[in-house]
Structures are given as structure tokens and as C-alpha cells.
Design a protein around this ligand. Sequence first.
Ligand code: COA
Length: 136
Amino acid sequence: MIAPAEKLQDVVALRRARPEDCEAIWRWNFAADVRAQSKRAEAVAFLEHARWFARRLADGDAPIWVIEEYHHGVGVVRLDPPQHGRARISIALAAFARGRGVGRAAIAAACRSRRRPIVAEIFADNIASCACFEAC
Ligand SMILES: CC(C)(COP(=O)(O)OP(=O)(O)OC[C@H]1O[C@@H](n2cnc3c(N)ncnc32)[C@H](O)[C@@H]1OP(=O)(O)O)[C@@H](O)C(=O)NCCC(=O)NCCS
């Protein structure tokens, strides 16, 4: 729990993903409740994810960050390659890390890093995500 005197931006930080984050990111992105909120609903095998992840790490225009809370990874946020100049944002937090401002801080930090318009595609019934992006 974040103590009252602490500022969220001092507690939540983004760090660029590294090769050793591959499995954690697969788990965050392919948790059943996260898939249910994604356009691509089916599970992806780890090897397929690992190939995608290796390609993406080499792409400086489409960053992937691990979201850290008190220096521990709790989720992932990424910007997909821009289409018509607009990057698409995607975020997934471990269930235990939700509902205390981490998502909001992570989205704001990712957007600050790009400084150009970003697109978020959210199912209308994804109340948490709609509220979080609106709050940002
Ligand atoms: C969507 C998600 C990133 C939100 O992150 P979070 O850390 O839980 O959200 P926050 O705690 O930062 O909340 C931000 C705002 O959204 C609101 N909110 C968060 N969860 C909510 C919920 N379940 N119902 C209503 N409002 C909610 C908060 O009240 C807050 O608003 P406020 O700042 O005006 O008080 C997170 O729930 C998640 O990873 N969900 C599963 C994956 C997913 O849906 N990804 C997005 C796909 S588009």
C-alpha cells in the first residue's frame, strides 16, 4: 500500500524491458482476464511470444516498459509501431497491483515519453480501463 506521504510518481516507474522480462510479460499479457479485454482473445504460445518479443526489443520506435512499483515489476505497458503517426498504447497489470493508481501513473509516463498523439482502443464494457484512460 502506498503510504500517504509518498507521491505516486516516486513509487511507480517505467523501465525499458530487457530480454529476461520475456516470461513475466507473457504472463501479464496473457492472463485470462487481460485476454478477455483484448481484440486478440486467444492465448499465444510462449515460443511465439518470445519471437515477437525479441523482434520488438530491437525496435526503438515501439518501446515496451516493465511497470515497477517499489522497484518490483507489476505489469507491462507498450507503444505499438505508429500508424498514420499515431502509436497505439497497450497495458496490463498483475491483478494484485490494480486499483491503486499504478495504471494511471504508467499510462501518463508512457504518453509523456512520446509527446505525440497516442491511440487507446478499449472495449466499451472495460470499465476499469475506460476510467483509467479518462483519468489520464
Ligand atoms: C486497466 C488497468 C491498466 C487500470 O489500471 P489500475 O491501476 O487498476 O487503475 P488506477 O488505479 O490507476 O485507476 C485510474 C482511474 O480509473 C478508475 N478505476 C480503476 N479501476 C476501476 C474500476 N474497476 N471501476 C471503476 N473505476 C476504476 C480509478 O477510480 C481511477 O480514477 P480516478 O483517478 O479518477 O480516481 C488495469 O485494471 C488492468 O491492467 N486491467 C487488465 C488489462 C486491461 O484491461 N488493459 C487495458 C486494455 S485497453
